[in-house]
Design a protein around this ligand. Structure first.
Ligand code: SF4
Length: 329
């Protein structure tokens, strides 16, 4: 095989859980040109991992998308792997002209694939293993996955960001109190602030991180944590955030893209799970601690809860602090 197309996941966490597959493919086909198609913001990150040779941004629509499709067709892949379970992703593989098209089966889209794999029930198998199964027909076998390198130049941007925030030296702890999925993944911000205060008391400088639309929440946590905590939410791009993770001695996050990013970089990472399953989507990395309290209703995979978020309220600040100190030790 000389040219392989991979339709990458659209979410940061899913993308990072596809790294074992991407490294396995690179290992199995060292001379093969691999093109990765996905959201532009994620491609910079995965290109630095040196597992793809061509990064093709996949825009939301319009003339840019037609241009991307032309680029994919001129790449002329022999095979295409489709990681997202959507119909449109399978259609992209079909339109690419690849003779072999492998993805998860699903209503309507199986006809577009030459191999439609059945997925295990949600939560039974880690998502990275589900992705690896897609590569097996192409000879991909599990291979070592190194720590993710932040993209070049991101380190300088991270330093500028720290300087703007008035952070000079010291141990950094990153807090990620957001989770786009919904409230059923978000631990109590006041408990985040309580852990932050305890970390500041142990000489950590706390950076509260998140996306632009999580800014209010992050600023509230930083304010409640007091002196020694700063919110950087909405001020950094993904590459800079990756470099900040590389500078941190600890990351404490909800089950979110930031948790996956910190874990992949190799930062000691504590992740709090709510309604979802740590067996399915635990962040991958050498120093990861998971916290999941599982009432009988767990995992329900709901975005909101009608019975009081017991899976999250059962997580005490004291046990989270203990996990943070242990993993960072
Ligand atoms: S139903 Fe149970 S697992 Fe789901 S969000 Fe509510 S408490 Fe958590």
């Amino acid at each position: 095989m000389e040219r392989l197309l991979v339709r990458l996941p659209n979410w940061l966490g899913d993308l990072l859980m596809s790294r074992p597959l991407l490294h396995a493919l690179r290992n199995a086909h060292p001379g093969c040109a691999i093109a990765g198609v996905g959201p532009a913001a994620l491609l910079e990150l995965i290109a630095a991992d040196r597992v793809i040779d061509h990064a093709i941004p996949w825009p939301a629509g319009g003339p840019e998308r037609r241009a991307a499709l032309r680029e994919i067709r001129s790449f002329a892949p022999e095979a295409a792997l489709v990681l997202p379970p959507s119909f449109s992703s399978a259609l992209l593989a079909w339109r690419s002209g690849a003779r072999e098209r492998i993805g998860f089966g699903g209503e309507a889209r199986s006809a577009l694939l030459t191999r439609a794999l059945e997925r295990p029930p949600r939560g039974e198998t880690h998502l990275s293993r589900e992705y690896l199964a897609l590569g097996e027909p192409l000879g991909a076998r599990p291979a070592p996955v190194p720590a993710l390198e932040p993209p070049p130049l991101a380190a300088a941007r991270a330093e500028q960001s720290l300087e703007r925030a008035g952070v000079r030296g010291g141990k950094l702890a990153l807090l990620g109190p957001g989770a786009r999925y919904g409230p059923a993944k978000r631990w109590d911000p006041e408990r985040f602030a309580a852990v932050a205060r305890a970390l500041i008391g142990r000489d950590f400088r706390v950076l509260v991180c998140g996306a632009m639309d999580e800014r209010d929440e992050c600023e509230a946590v930083a304010r409640a944590a007091g002196e020694g905590a700063t919110s950087l939410a909405g001020t950094t791009d993904l590459a800079t955030q990756a470099a900040l993770c590389g500078r941190a001695a600890l990351a404490l996050c909800n089950d979110s893209g930031l948790a996956h990013l910190a874990a992949a970089i190799g930062t000691p990472t504590v992740t709090i799970f709510g309604s979802t399953s740590s067996a399915w989507t635990a962040p991958l990395g050498p120093r990861v601690r998971l916290i999941q309290r599982s009432p009988v209703c767990s995992p329900c995979f709901q975005r909101t809860c009608r019975i009081g978020y017991r899976c999250l309220t059962a997580v005490e600040a004291a046990s989270v602090l203990r996990a943070c100190l242990e993993v960072a030790a």
